[in-house]
Write a new protein. Structure first.
Length: 429
């Protein structure tokens, strides 16, 4: 039996949490156990759940593996991640999703829930074997061609209809392909000054509007990946006001960074560390995204952890890969953008980073309240420290963090997966 002593559950008064047989068995004061973990000053949150992680296995093990990516997840306070399907081979069959799921079980650092591709090979031509993936051992409920948009309206409609049979959800990477040919950076003043091909907000918003209408038309469930513009927020707010079954996520980097980073980075302009899909937007967009996450229009934070090896990032802007790592810094960035600004309290953070993503992914044993009877999936977090981000100290196989040198608040001290510590004293167990 493990007892966590004096933890502030969701930022409340200090309590002891007793863990037995993988469950929270008691919460109270002066509890005893075989192993005592002092948590004075630490916040206890339900284990974080990520709806959007790129683990890169199979195929790009030079960037990340299930083993290294789930270590990074545990270090970031996550007890479950959804592994995106744009691997090589693509996770578009029961065989591939079961392979990823099994690798997650073997690694044991957090639960791995494979996302199934919507279309075979992410080619946007034929629906993948959605039913077979749902029925597989991996029990896939989230389907996405992430990295690519399901731009064909007929295919999108069919996918939305199909997933209803097993209460699945289609997670759309909203990017109208014709409007973003060659696009490099948010279309606006900064892209104009830098001479980079613009990535207009309408390319995202047009797809989201269409998909909300399609989801309503067929009575299905739509999830919008990495919302990045104020206009997208307005469309999702409207869809929700109609009672439609639409949910949405925002990444930590879209809550903190703007397109001006591409112009004014510490090492000068055109630093491809800031190149990401969807692109960093404007200050007004960031403000709208924060407000939407606070009022629940955007349901959750998802990292879009996108590891790339050095040679794919440290090149000229136009040739560089799109994406940033984010698992190990997610909670700190959310504290900086949402808690320090007074927009969310710790209960709100737990809701947006654990409860709601678990619900959207239909994960039965995650995102549950920290109370007796719940699985002991717990993150202990110290919000009081501030440290400069050091990429070399990260456990992800890749180093492409946009926060290098930035001082961020907070530190994950411990993570428990069904009562078993995966991280203690800020180190992997
Ligand atoms: Zn995406």
């Amino acid at each position: 039996m493990i007892v966590i002593r004096n933890a502030r559950i969701l930022g409340g008064e200090p309590r002891d949490i007793l863990i037995a047989n993988g469950l929270i068995s008691e919460i109270g004061a002066g509890l005893g156990g075989d192993t005592v973990i002092e948590a004075e000053g630490l916040i206890a949150l339900p284990g974080l759940v990520d709806l959007h992680t790129h683990l890169r296995e199979p195929g790009r093990e030079d960037a990340e593996t299930v083993e290294t990516g789930t270590r990074a997840a545990a270090m970031g306070g996550f007890t479950a991640v959804h592994a995106m399907a744009n691997t090589s081979p693509v996770a578009d069959t029961a065989g591939v999703v079961e392979q990823v799921w099994r690798r997650g079980q073997e690694a044991g650092h957090c639960d791995v829930h494979p996302v199934g591709a919507v279309t075979s090979g992410l080619e946007g031509k034929h629906l993948a074997e959605l039913g077979a993936m749902a029925d597989s051992q991996a029990r896939v409920r989230v389907f996405s061609d992430d990295g690519k948009c399901v731009s064909d309206a007929v295919l999108m409609r069919r996918a939305l209809e199909y997933v209803k049979a097993f209460d699945g959800v289609v997670a759309q990477h909203a990017q109208e392909p014709r409007l973003t040919e060659g696009a490099q950076l948010n279309e606006g003043e900064v892209s104009g000054r830098l001479g980079l091909t613009g990535w207009p907000a309408v390319a995202e918003e047009a797809i989201i509007a269409r998909d909300c209408l399609l989801a309503a038309h067929v009575g299905s469930r739509l999830h919008v990946c990495h919302v990045s513009t104020a206009g997208s927020v307005e469309i999702i707010r409207w869809a929700k006001s109609k009672g439609w079954n639409v949910t949405a996520e925002v990444t930590p980097h879209h809550l903190l960074l703007t397109d001006s980073c591409a112009e004014a980075s510490p090492v000068g302009p055109y630093n491809p560390i800031y190149k990401v899909n969807p692109p960093l937007r404007t200050h007004d967009d960031v403000a709208a995204l924060r407000e939407a996450l606070a009022d629940g229009t955007i349901d959750c934070v998802a990292t879009d952890h996108a590891p790339h090896p050095v040679e794919d990032k440290e090149t000229e802007w136009a040739a560089a890969a799109m994406g940033m790592i984010g698992l190990e810094t997610a909670l700190s960035v959310v504290q900086e953008a949402m808690v320090e600004t007074g927009l969310l309290d710790w209960a709100g953070v737990a809701d947006r980073m654990s409860v709601r993503p678990a619900r959207i992914g239909r994960l039965a044993g995650q995102g549950l309240p920290l109370e007796p009877g719940s699985p002991a999936n717990i993150t202990l977090y110290d919000p009081a420290v501030r440290t400069p981000v050091d990429p070399t100290a990260m456990v992800s196989r890749s180093r492409n963090t946009p926060y290098e040198g930035l001082t961020l608040p907070g530190r994950v001290v411990a993570t428990f997966l069904r009562g078993r510590p995966t991280v203690l004293d800020g180190k992997l167990v």
